[in-house]
Design a protein around this ligand. Structure first.
Ligand code: GLU
Length: 476
């Protein structure tokens, strides 16, 4: 059997990180079996449609490296199919017209809640006389189509994550299948589409678990084989409440804007509710395709832990090869007006080396690396090391500037500079700190920065000497 999975978001806004996880798991299941991953847009609820969301989903998936094999299929373009199968249900007595208006349903709900009864439709129109139904429709009365759910027995199925799940049919609502506006509801459309798109595995959020018996009943009525089902655990805030905007970003695009690497995001999201049961934590998308096992997904909710995401991002940043590092970082530097894009790539890589292990996200990059591109402004007071004095710095820096100017260009690299300046310190009987601290501050303009020789290597001789001289001026 061909493995076919789908990601079926409703276009109600941005792609949620939970959606990214659903898409990723669906993608992994398809790819590890040589199958296909399909994108379907479930836009039958017109009131909730948000302009631009389809593009947002597609772009976010692309950013993450999740390739779509088929689609997007758009449900609002498939209305005829849903209508056809709704009619079939009606003809076969598996669905019925319902004229209950919103007001009545609300009253019913209030009554049920007040009396602590299970809420749901009471089947008022379930046994209406066919003649009456015909008359009311002809008279133009608004109506919906409802599923005739059996009132006895149970619906039992095997969920790939939850195992055997069972629901009493009497507690399951006669779900609306077609709305007054002629659009199907999600429940009808999802079954018809999953069938005709030959979906083998439905992987989706846990909030749909309780709808599954309705869907399975539809499969039965249509005489279709149901796909396998897997309902993913909820994503939780660190305080174990359901993941919400209030406690942090939930849109994938927010993480893109903040400068997280797609590889880090994917790796992090993969581990929300799944782990391979070994110590290894770093997995590329390809490795995930190989190692992911749907049966190993946890039932319980997964905490969305931003510190872990930061950790992943740092790991991936650290491990980028020089050319990848430049490709990933350059756009951020250009956007910040620091780089032009015409810089020597090798030089850029060495500049990025300075900060790549010191930052968490790419959004921090330009601020961190600004001192390389722009002569720093700072207060001369920070040139004085804590175990030194202003007088001592005033004495040392001019001599250092003079000495550094004598170092040949051939020796101008981190390693050589370190040994040459090191010898000079020993020869002059200075302490390391009293020389290296002001040198480092002179080059970076910061109390905390990468080491002086790394920076000097990147800045080059002329710029380094210039900065030491400028530091001397700041001391007076
Ligand atoms: N359109 C549903 C959603 O937005 C998809 C549910 C499903 O995958 O069946 O969550």
């Amino acid at each position: 059997m061909m493995i076919r999975t789908r990601f079926a978001p409703s276009p109600t806004g941005f792609l949620h990180v939970g959606g990214l996880r659903t898409a990723l798991y669906s993608y992994l299941v398809a790819k590890q079996n040589g199958g296909k991953f399909i994108l379907r847009i479930e836009d039958t609820d017109r009131k909730r449609f948000v302009e631009g969301s389809i593009e947002n989903v597609i772009q976010s998936l692309k950013w993450a490296g999740i390739e779509i094999d088929e689609g997007p299929y758009i449900q609002s373009e498939r209305l005829e199919i849903y209508k056809k199968y709704a009619d079939e249900l009606l003809t076969n007595g598996h669905a019925y017209h319902c004229f209950c208006i919103a007001e009545r349903l609300e009253d019913l709900r209030n009554y049920q809640q007040k009396n602590k009864l299970p809420t749901g439709y009471d089947g008022c129109c379930r046994e209406l006389d066919q003649e009456e139904v015909k008359k009311r429709i002809e008279a133009g009365e608004a109506h919906v189509l409802r599923l005739k759910m059996p009132k006895e027995g149970k619906t039992t199925f095997i969920d790939l994550i939850h195992g055997e799940v069972s629901f009493k049919n009497e507690l399951i609502d006669d779900q609306v299948l077609m709305k007054t506006d002629g659009f199907p509801t999600y429940h009808l459309a999802v079954v018809i589409d999953d069938h005709f798109m030959e979906i083998s595995h439905v992987i989706r959020g846990e909030e749909w678990l309780s709808s599954t018996p309705k869907h399975l009943q539809l499969y039965k009525y249509f005489n279709w084989e149901a796909p396998q089902m897997a309902h993913l655990p909820l994503l939780l805030n660190p305080d174990k409440s359901k993941l919400s905007k209030r406690q942090g970003d939930v849109a994938v695009e927010d993480y893109i804007k903040k400068g997280y690497l797609p590889q880090a995001m994917i790796n992090f999201v993969a581990f929300l509710g799944w782990n391979p049961g070994v110590e290894q934590e770093i997995y590329s998308l390809n490795e995930l395709v190989k190692e992911f096992k749907i049966g190993k997904i946890n039932k319980s909710g997964a905490v969305f832990n931003l510190e872990k995401l930061d950790w992943y991002n740092q790991q991936y940043l650290k491990n980028l090869k020089n050319d990848e590092l430049v490709d990933v970082c350059l756009p951020w530097l250009v956007k910040a007006g620091l780089a032009t894009g015409n810089e020597d790539k090798q030089w850029l890589a060495s500049a990025l080396e300075l900060e790549k292990e010191r930052i968490t996200t790419l959004a921090e990059l330009s601020e961190a690396l600004k001192f390389v591109f722009v002569s720093p402004e700072y207060d001369g007071g920070i040139l004085v090391w804590k175990k030194s004095s202003l007088d001592e710095v005033k004495k040392i820096l001019p001599r250092l500037a003079e000495f550094v100017d004598t170092i040949s260009i051939q020796d101008w690299n981190k390693e050589k500079l370190q040994s040459i300046v090191g010898e000079w310190i020993v020869k002059n009987e200075f302490s390391n700190g009293s020389v290296l601290w002001p040198l480092r501050v002179a080059l970076s303009g910061q109390e905390n920065s990468p080491g002086p020789f790394e920076i000097a290597g990147v800045l080059g001789k002329d710029e380094s000497v210039k900065r030491i001289k400028s530091a001397i001026e700041r001391l007076s």
